[in-house]
Design a protein around this ligand. Structure first.
Ligand code: 30K
Length: 745
């Protein structure tokens, strides 16, 4: 019988040709090699797979050779707290097979995406991590506020035969907040007849600020009938009102703004049995002993006061002792510290935290430690890269609670982050000025890291102005700027260079007093969303920073003055973004070419001139903060100096055009600008229909409007009326080049 015969006949066997094969003896004909295979020589029993194609162990010789699939496509992730759902679409090339499955690879990247590690066994994959048939997966039990990289590999029956790396789709995510982890260590501190004192440890992963702990307790085996709960803000509590001689079960859990963690393991404690009552003789004996003891103690005290001296130090409260520990004198006697060789330093009369030899010492020197139990956190008022800012109350013995803001470092910090975070407190602790945010103290015990400062009822200046658009008089705005200027004068006198002065870093209290905030080593680098990386590697808030500081990192009080000019502009523009939507690159080049922000609508000429002075290219020509404060004081003293509104005459970079009208250009007094364009430019576009209904179809007509006309349109909000009138006045001033009429002084 011919095995590799194409035909059997008189000529005997004719072997299968190239590209054909016959796997078993028989009468059947040679078969063509399946796709992606070939026969290397005539009379082949099997066809070999082409390069990069394979046949799985169970594939019959008649099957086509196949290859590993391409990567899955359209991988999308949706993060929910500490879980992520991953969904993807099948690979475009399944490799010629229908047995494609997926494997998930989870990598955790605490520092950078280039330095990742395996996720560890705690991570949960639903339904499973490997051999997934469906194109979706839930990954749970991830760490909060952590970067992860997920690789979804597509594999098929021949993937293991290929030496090529698996093709995968990759997605990087950062998890959000999560409830705290379980309280694991709980101890009984004391058990009386009717009370039990407990002590526990903060959960391993608090994942945020622990607002409180909840203690659940019940009589053993009676949980179903009733249980009680008790709240505590620290890691210890005494449960009272218990029955004597009874076995109780206790469990503790932590709560953050993200929710409650899991209850701890149950801990059983038996309360003390009632003691036998004392007979009368024993009671009399105890009373006599107590009285004798008291008399002796009194005599001793009297003796001490009369003959043995009296030290006031013993009367100082714990707080004071902590404040000036190690016999240190209070600020402000500071010596100038180091300076780079060859450069004349600005005198520096505050101590930088990193100039201390012993790390961490600076953090303690100018700050006082606050017991965590004295702080009651009530709500979160802001959050940034490095953590959350909460509103809370600080208990002060013998006084009313003080409202405070508590800045807490986010969970999972490194030692360096903690040091940098606390450096803000040690800098702030050296300042004492009504226009600088005041430090109340720090909480650094154990793993906690919180900075407690004064609470500022109106939050940050930029957001405050945006929500009160057009609602203040120029005098009120100048008053706010005067405060910022005075705070900066104080800082520059101490030799402190802020580097990130911006309206978002100025806080406003209930009396409209503005205070400068955001000090320390980490803030410019980490927390400011407006800071961008420069080619020199530093992170700089471009729009607020002087050109020389961007180019050469030469930050100085003069570069702070430049930033102050930008804050002035933000204030007069009610929180508008400096340079609007221009890119950082365009801002740098425009400023370099000499362009400067134009006066905001209704901005007094004198104020715009002061801004321009702050933006002098040559830093030596810029005014000093002391001069700025003097100018602002002079303007406040003579309101008529604020009546002349600046003309918006410079419109150099096209990106500025939005707020620059060349009103002289057009016949109708509007240079071709429509009423709608004008309203949009002052963010009052919502009143387009009001103006149209009132018959104001050209800017020429608008220019003749007075306050009554504006009110007659049905614009009821005072702030908006003022904004519109202010803008009309500015346009008039531009047209006539005369001094504009008074704008809500
Ligand atoms: O009362 C407050 N006291 C503070 C002390 C507040 C904030 C800080 N530091 C932040 C300053 C801004 N900077 C931006 C990069 C981040 C750190 C120090 C503070 C706030 C506040 C909290 C977070 C961000 C900005 C301000 C505060 N926000 C409020 C909002 C508020 N107080 C009162 C009312 C309010 O209503 C909207």
């Amino acid at each position: 019988m011919c095995v590799q015969c194409r035909l059997r006949g008189a000529a005997g066997c004719l072997s299968c040709e190239l590209g054909f094969y016959k796997s078993a003896p028989g009468d059947q004909l040679c078969a063509r090699c399946p796709p992606h295979s070939h026969s290397a020589a005539p009379a082949a029993q099997a066809c070999h797979c082409d390069l990069s194609y394979y046949r799985a162990a169970l594939d019959p010789p008649s099957s086509a050779c196949t290859r590993p699939p391409s990567a899955p496509v359209n991988l999308i992730s949706s993060v929910n707290g500490t879980s992520v759902t991953l969904e993807w679409a099948p690979p475009l090339d399944p490799g010629g097979r229908s047995d494609v499955t997926y494997n998930a690879v989870c990598r955790r990247c605490p520092w950078a995406l280039s330095r990742c590690e395996a996720c560890g066994s705690g991570t949960r994959f639903v339904p499973q991590q490997t051999s997934l048939v469906q194109a979706s997966l839930l990954v749970a039990n991830l760490l909060a506020h952590m970067n992860y990289s997920f690789w979804i590999e597509a594999v098929n029956g021949v993937s293991d035969l290929s030496p090529e790396p698996r093709r995968a789709a990759v997605v990087n995510i950062t998890t959000n907040q999560a409830a705290p982890s379980q309280v694991v260590v709980i101890r009984q501190e004391r058990a009386g007849q009717t009370s039990v004192s407990l002590l526990w440890q903060e959960p391993e992963q608090p994942n945020g600020i622990i607002l409180e702990y909840e203690i659940k307790y019940y009589e053993k085996d009676k949980e179903m009938q009733s249980y009680s709960t008790l709240k505590a803000v620290t890691t210890r509590a005494t449960v009272s009102g218990l029955k004597p001689g009874t076995r109780y079960v206790f469990q503790v859990r932590a709560r953050t703004s993200a929710g409650c963690g899991r209850f701890s393991q149950a801990m059983e404690v038996e309360t003390g049995k009632p003691r036998p009552r004392y007979d009368t003789r024993t009671i009399v004996w105890i009373c006599l002993t107590l009285i004798t003891g008291l008399v002796v103690l009194l005599l001793l005290l009297i003796c001490k006061k009369r003959h043995c001296g009296y030290s006031k130090a013993f009367q100082d409260s714990d707080e004071e002792k902590m404040h000036y520990q190690n016999g240190q004198a209070p600020p402000p006697v500071f010596l100038p510290l180091h300076h780079p060789p060859g450069k004349l330093p600005e005198p520096q009369f505050y101590a930088e935290p990193h100039t201390y030899e012993e790390p961490g010492r600076a953090g303690r020197s100018f700050t006082r430690e606050i017991e965590a139990s004295r702080i009651h956190i009530e709500k979160i008022i802001g959050s940034g890269e490095s953590g959350e800012v909460c509103y809370g109350r600080l208990q002060v013995p013998g006084q009313r609670d003080v409202p405070v803001a508590i800045k807490a470092l986010k969970a999972g910090y490194t030692e360096r982050q903690r040091r940098d975070f606390l450096s803000e407190a040690s800098i702030m602790g050296q300042f004492d000025h009504p226009n600088i945010i005041r430090l109340e103290g720090v909480v650094t015990r154990g793993r906690l890291a919180m900075i407690v400062t004064e609470y500022m009822e109106n939050g940050s200046l930029d957001a405050f102005l945006r929500t009160h658009d057009g609602q203040f008089t120029i005098m009120q705005l100048v008053g706010m700027l005067r405060g910022v200027g005075a705070g900066m004068r104080y800082l520059s006198d101490l030799g402190y260079v802020h580097r990130d002065l911006a309206a978002r870093n100025v806080l406003v209290d209930s009396n409209l007093v503005c205070k400068v905030s955001d000090f320390g080593l980490s803030r410019v680098l980490e927390d400011d969303p407006d800071a961008a990386y420069t080619t020199t590697g530093g992170k700089i808030p471009i729009r607020w920073t002087a050109p020389e500081a961007i180019a050469f990192r030469t930050f100085s009080s003069a570069s702070d003055v430049w930033s102050f000019g930008v804050v002035m502009w933000e204030v007069l523009a009610y929180g508008e973004r400096p340079y609007w939507n221009m890119t950082n690159r365009d801002v740098i080049s425009s400023v370099e070419e000499g362009y400067r922000l134009p006066a905001p609508m209704g901005c007094p000429r004198a104020l715009h001139q002061l801004m321009l002075d702050c933006w002098h290219k040559d830093r030596a020509q810029r005014p000093r903060f002391s001069q700025i404060v003097s100018v602002l004081d002079a303007l406040i003293r003579s309101p008529e100096s604020l009546r002349a509104t600046a003309t918006v005459s410079r419109c150099p970079p096209p990106a500025f055009a939005r707020s620059c009208f060349d009103l002289r250009g057009g016949s109708g007094g509007g240079g071709g600008l429509t009423v709608g364009d004008w309203l949009d430019s002052i963010r009052m576009g919502r009143y387009r229909d009001h103006f149209a209904a009132g018959g104001y179809s050209s800017l020429g007509m608008v220019l003749r409007m007075n306050a009554q006309d504006v009110r007659a349109l049905g614009i009821t909000l005072m702030g908006h009326q003022k904004k519109i009138l202010g803008s009309i006045q500015t346009m008039r001033a531009q047209l006539t080049s005369t001094q504009g009429p008074r704008r809500h002084l």
